[in-house]
Design a protein around this ligand. Structure first.
Ligand SMILES: Nc1nc2c(ncn2[C@@H]2O[C@H](COP(=O)(O)OP(=O)(O)O)[C@@H](O)[C@H]2O)c(=O)[nH]1
Ligand SMILES: [Mg+2]
Length: 289
C-alpha cells in the first residue's frame, strides 16, 4: 500500500470515530514524512567523462553558474561531493571521484565512497566504454544496487559522424552507438544493461527523457514522487508529472488547515464534510491539459 493510501485510510478511520484532531495530525505527519524522504543519486565514471556536467544538468544548473559543480580540465573531484537540490534539499546528487583517479580497484572504490547510502548509480562514460566502467558495473551489480549507463557528449559524437559519413543518418548513428555499448557490456557479463545516450547541454534531446522514466519506474513508490519533483523541467511531460504530485499533496495541506480551523467547533457534520472532501480529492483525478 502506498504511503498516500495508508494516510487516507487512517484519516478516514479517525473521522469515523469523530476524532478530527487525530485525522489532522495524521495528515500533518504524512506531509512531514514526505518532506523527509531522502534520495541519494551517485554519479560516477572516469575522470573527464562528463560526470560533473551531468550533475549540473540534472539539477537544472548551467556549468557556468556559481552553484555548479566545477567542470573541465583539471577539475578532479577527490572526495564525493554532495549537491543538494535547491528546492528539495532531501534530494542529493553526488559527484563522485573519477574511479581512475583514486587508484582503487572497483570494489574498494565503492567501499571508499560509501555505496550503501546511494539509492542508485549513474555511470557516466564518453566516446567509448573503458575497463573501469565494466568493473564498476559488475561490482555495483554484486552489491544489489541499480545502475544506469549514461553515454555523455553524444552531441559531439553526432557532429563527428555527420562530418565523416557520406550518408549521415542521426537515428541510425544513435542506434549503432547504443547497440555497441550494450553489446560491450553484455560481453563483460553485465546482464540487461540499460544504456542512455545523453548530451549534458541538451537534456531534452536523445535518451534523457527515457532515462528519467526508467529510474521513476524502478524506484519504490514513496521515492518516486521525491524524484519527480526534483527533476529539471526539460519537457511538458515533466511539468505535468510535477503537477500531479503537487495536486496529490495539496489535498493534504488543504485538509490539515481546514481541520485545524474547524477544531474549535468540531462535530460530526464537520468531520464528515472534511472526510468527504479528502475522499473526493483522492478519487477524482482531473485530466491534465
Ligand atoms: N559536447 C559535450 N561536452 C561535454 C558534455 N559533458 C561534458 N562535456 C565537457 O567535457 C569536459 C569534462 O566534463 P566534466 O563534467 O568536467 O567531466 P568529469 O571530469 O567527469 O566531471 C568539460 O569540458 C565539459 O564541458 C556533453 O554532453 N557534450
Ligand atoms: Mg568532475
Amino acid at each position: 500500500m502506498s504511503l498516500e493510501s495508508k494516510a487516507i485510510e487512517d484519516i478516514n478511520r479517525a473521522l469515523e470515530n469523530n476524532d478530527t484532531q487525530a485525522a489532522a495530525s495524521i495528515s500533518q505527519t504524512y506531509l512531514r514524512d514526505l518532506d523527509s524522504i531522502p534520495l541519494n543519486i551517485a554519479v560516477t565514471g572516469e575522470s573527464g567523462s562528463g560526470k560533473s556536467s551531468f550533475v549540473n544538468a540534472f539539477r537544472g544548473i548551467d556549468n557556468r553558474d556559481d552553484r555548479a559543480a566545477p567542470t573541465g580540465v583539471g577539475e578532479t573531484t577527490m572526495k564525493p561531493k554532495a549537491y543538494p537540490h535547491q528546492i528539495y534539499p532531501k534530494v542529493t546528487v553526488w559527484d563522485l571521484p573519477g574511479i581512475g583517479t583514486t587508484k582503487f580497484p572497483a570494489h574498494q572504490y565503492l567501499k571508499h565512497i560509501g555505496f550503501e547510502k546511494f539509492d542508485f548509480f549513474i555511470i557516466v562514460s564518453s566516446d567509448r566504454l573503458r575497463e573501469n566502467d565494466f568493473k564498476l558495473a559488475q561490482e555495483i551489480m554484486k552489491m544489489g544496487k541499480n545502475f544506469y549507463f549514461v553515454r555523455a557528449k553524444i552531441d559531439s559524437n553526432l557532429l563527428s559522424a555527420e562530418k565523416s559519413q557520406k550518408e549521415y543518418d542521426e537515428e541510425k548513428t544513435l542506434q549503432k552507438i547504443r547497440e555497441n555499448c550494450i553489446q560491450g557490456l553484455e560481453e563483460r557479463g553485465v546482464t540487461a544493461p540499460q544504456v542512455f545516450l545523453v548530451s549534458n547541454f541538451d537534456l531534452h534531446l536523445y535518451d534523457f527523457p527515457t532515462l528519467q522514466e526508467t529510474i521513476e519506474r524502478d524506484l519504490p513508490s514513496h521515492k518516486r514522487d521525491t524524484l519527480i519533483l526534483a527533476l529539471p523541467n526539460i519537457c511538458s511531460s515533466n511539468i505535468k508529472k510535477k503537477k500531479e504530485v503537487l495536486r496529490s499533496q495539496i489535498k493534504f495541506h488543504a485538509f490539515t488547515s481546514a481541520t485545524v480551523a474547524a477544531l474549535p467547533i468540531s462535530g460530526l457534520s464537520i468531520a464528515a464534510d472534511l472526510g468527504l472532501q479528502l475522499v473526493a480529492f483522492s478519487v477524482s483525478k482531473p485530466s491534465l491539459s
